[in-house]
Design a protein around this ligand. Sequence first.
Ligand code: PLP
Length: 372
Amino acid sequence: MKIETLAVHSGNRVDPATGAVTLPIHLTTTFERGEDGGYPQGYIYARNSNPNRAMLEECLAALEGGAEAATFASGSAASMAVFQSLSPGDHVLAPNDVYHGTARILNEIFAPWGLETTFLDMTDPAQIERAIRPATRLLWIETPSNPLLKVTDIQRAAEIARGAGAECVCDNTWATPALQRPLELGAGLVVHSTTKYLGGHSDVTGGAVVGAAENELFPKVKRIQVSGGAVPSPFDCWLVLRGIRTLPYRMRAHSENGAKVAAFLSRHSGVDEVHYPGLDEHPGHQIAARQMEMFGGMISVQVKGGREEAMAVAAKVELFTRATSLGGTESFIEHRASIEGPGSQTPENLLRLSIGLENADDLIEDLDRALG
Ligand SMILES: *Cc1c(COP(=O)(O)O)cnc(C)c1O
């Protein structure tokens, strides 16, 4: 089945007790055992599993073309579980522009615990090959990346990982399975912050790991989810699943709007550089065109000048909300260096835009006025 159909039907059943066509929110913490001591519906205790989480996980696995999914209380908790599935002494490769929260997890939590990480430019396969060591267990990629929208060749990265006996894990938050399916290109695990496009309405925090069939790390991730308990609530799961029902159509609209806004920005005299993989001049355009169906709704723009000029543009917009995060129906604008804090590599004149579902002409007018 195609993605639109999977998004609507996966993880959905008519409720046998009431005939409700939408899954009820099961707030129970525990489930009754049978007279024989068994678990007649398969559920035991809500941290282990519950109907809302089970349906969301079924849907995510279907969308990504994976075998199984494990959902978490945030994207960061999902990333944590992947790193926790490794062993002290293991070596990880990660992009030098990986989501800053992921870099922080690796540097501040897992380095002291015994994981060593090499950060490198994942857009260069030669650099990946050079950085591989006998202890390398995991190749973490994020494409398009945050905030520079660099594009990594997923198939190539997965091949290199496989050749080295390592696992390729793709953070697919920015593309979503509606635009890009890394497991089909050879990745072993996909990670999501469902806080973003999957939830899609800026009203729920969550994360997920999806595993390819017979992936070695996934059972460990699942154990960490169940035993560690960084799980989403039934209501959180319900909200993410509700968001997913419209995901393919939202991603199409985000992408169409993104393309229009990026084209406008790339012609504007107040702009130095636009980072959007849909633009012909973007260095990753060819690879993105091969591995993505459309180019998404995330754009980074470097305005002429520095931090002050960028801040001034963010101060003048009226339709865009000044906020971090992305993937909601409403457009966001963010001065990225100042939220990433000390050590940020992000240029001071960079603004990150999450292009929402408004009419693109209104967004363009707003930006045009703010850019002056
Ligand atoms: C937001 C984000 C995360 C972290 O997700 P949270 O839900 O905020 O914990 C990880 N990766 C990417 C690419 C993100 O954009």
